[in-house]
Design a protein around this ligand. Structure first.
Ligand code: UDP
Ligand code: MG
Length: 152
């Protein structure tokens, strides 16, 4: 069996306002990923700047910080084989206009500055982002009766 990965995902404030939280959860659950962390957060500017530190100095950075702090968001941790890549592919390309139909960003977005969801781009990013939003005791380990039918 391929080792399990854990990845961080955020339904951004536009996704919460538009009532897409359940839809995002459903898509990841349906793929077989296991939800191991879930919380609603209103991200502060300080956390947003740390979360998106790699983009500091870019022209879109101030707007990105405004966007992600503009209202409540929903933070999730998903576990499964190849979870990082699977979540990124399920979300689609960063720009919804370029995302494949059937992905979350294509099905629910139009423009890059309101692209509904975030997903970690590597295991290292996932660990860093998870630590920004979840305490260790907020990440839950448990077995599912059907795991053997999902992970060979
Ligand atoms: N973003 C933007 N304009 C750009 C590039 C990115 O508003 O030209 C925003 C967008 O919300 C994106 C986030 O910045 O999701 C982080 O960008 P990144 O390149 O890391 O894309 P992601 O990893 O989210 O696909
Ligand atoms: Mg990114």
């Amino acid at each position: 069996m391929t080792p399990l990965e854990r990845t961080f995902c955020l339904v951004k404030p536009d996704g919460v306002q538009r009532g897409i939280v359940g839809e995002v959860l459903r898509r990841f659950e349906s793929r077989g990923l296991k939800l191991v962390g879930l919380k609603m957060v209103h991200i502060s500017r300080a956390i947003a700047e740390e979360y998106y530190a790699e983009h500091r100095g870019k022209p879109f950075f101030p707007g990105l910080v405004d966007y992600v702090t503009s209202g409540p968001a929903v933070a999730m941790l998903w576990e499964g084989e190849n979870a990082v890549v699977v979540v990124r592919k399920t979300m689609g390309a960063t720009d919804p206009a370029k995302a494949e139909p059937g992905t979350i960003r294509a099905d629910f977005g139009l423009t890059i500055s309101r692209n509904v969801v975030h997903g970690s781009d590597s295991i290292e990013s996932a660990n860093r982002e998870a630590a920004l939003f979840f305490k260790p005791d907020e990440i839950l380990a448990y077995d599912r009766a059907h795991d053997a039918w999902i992970q060979g």
